[in-house]
Design a protein around this ligand. Structure first.
Ligand SMILES: *[C@@H]1O[C@H](CO)[C@@H](O)[C@H](O)[C@H]1NC(C)=O
Ligand SMILES: *[C@@H]1O[C@H](CO)[C@@H](O)[C@H](O)[C@H]1NC(C)=O
Ligand SMILES: *[C@@H]1O[C@H](CO)[C@@H](O)[C@H](O)[C@H]1NC(C)=O
Length: 323
């Protein structure tokens, strides 16, 4: 019995497969997949802020919501610890209660990876709207992100639900904005955070979309912050043809690897079956072209190098490198 002279080749392949699976489990804003549809919200990353004012007899409460869908919120240096959100927050509310001209500030972490602090896990969950069990959702185009983990000082558990909804009007505006972007170069991104005279419950996202506060109420046992993000990135057929869409490589290679494996497997199974029946072959002789197959590890290794080169360097180096 012979064993493969290059066991690490299969090992590498395994790692690649595991990597592509892992990206589906953690919160990766640039590689969102559900029900065979993928979205890329990388451009919407960075902290976003909304606020809402609630009047009461002796004053008002100004609640500021901050979220970042791509990475944990950065702690602000100039703010005392007890007035800021804890480490690893993704969505956080800061309540400023102004009463009789005094202000009380307290943070309420809504979602974040708090397994090692407050106790709750982020548990991000993406659901394609069209595949949702609810009929009202099925009519929408986009994807819903649910995150949890936070609770307020009374122990009330929190949750954030963000719906990224396709905005067809920004799609048709796209050609125009692309032309504008060409004229202005990179300066098009500078609008981020401009509120104008908006009331704080709805802000422009700087990419032609709008983030809107829908509600923050107790539903069943959790207090749920609902946000709607109307954006072209929520459209299922939206393709960012600009630069920097590295995830396209991943999608392509994942499929390539899967198809290659299925092809090879089918070939081997069918070939072995033929050899078994026609030539009564046994053991290694079962495999079709058993001589040629000994070269496969070498060919495959070269092919893997190219894959790795393309992923690392965007294929710019090309050819072979010393590995
Ligand atoms: C509420 O807070 C936001 C930022 O956190 C601020 O921009 C806004 O002016 C505040 N509004 C009032 C009425 O205090
Ligand atoms: C939060 O993170 C900072 C830096 O990463 C660290 O210095 C600090 O101790 C952390 N705070 C808590 C409460 O874990
Ligand atoms: C504010 O003043 C009102 C009466 O004017 C009083 O009933 C209330 O307790 C005061 N609140 C605080 C926080 O001092």
């Amino acid at each position: 019995m012979r064993t493969s002279p290059y066991p690490h080749i299969t090992f590498l392949t395994l790692i690649l497969l595991i990597l592509s699976l892992a990206s589906a489990i953690s919160l990766d804003c640039s590689d969102v997949r559900d029900d065979g549809v993928s979205f890329n919200f990388k451009a919407l990353g960075g902290p976003r802020t909304l606020y809402r004012i609630r009047e009461h007899p002796d004053g008002f409460i100004n609640t500021t919501f901050t979220l970042d869908i791509c990475r944990p919120l950065v702690k602000r240096k100039d703010v005392p610890k007890q007035e800021d959100c804890p480490n690893n927050s993704r969505v956080c509310a800061i309540e400023r209660t102004v009463e009789n001209l005094t202000t009380v500030i307290h943070p309420i972490p809504i979602a974040g990876e708090f397994s090692h602090s407050l106790g709750g896990a982020l548990n991000p969950k993406w659901t394609r709207m069209k595949s949702s069990p609810s009929n009202a959702d099925k009519e929408k185009e986009g994807v819903r992100l649910e995150m949890q983990g936070g609770k307020d000082s009374d122990g009330q558990e929190q949750k954030a639900i963000i719906e990224f909804l396709c905005d067809p009007s920004t799609k048709s505006d796209r050609r125009r904005s692309l032309l504008l972007a060409e004229d202005e170069g990179e300066s098009g991104d500078d609008e981020t955070g401009q509120d104008g005279d908006q009331n704080g419950e709805e802000v422009d996202d700087g990419h032609g979309g709008k983030l809107k506060l829908v509600s923050w109420d107790i539903e069943e046992d959790k207090k749920i912050l609902r946000l709607d993000w109307t954006t072209k990135y929520g459209c299922e057929d939206f393709k960012d043809d600009g630069t920097g869409s590295k995830s396209g490589h991943w999608g392509f290679f994942t499929w390539f690897i899967i198809i290659l494996f299925m092809g090879v497997a089918a070939y081997l199974i069918f070939g072995s079956w033929l050899n078994y029946n026609k030539y009564s072959a046994r053991g290694w002789d079962l495999l079709p072209h058993s001589e040629t197959i000994r070269d496969v590890p070498y060919l495959f290794r070269d092919w893997m190098r190219r894959v790795v080169n393309t992923i690392q360097g965007g294929g710019s180096r090309g050819g072979y490198s010393v590995l």
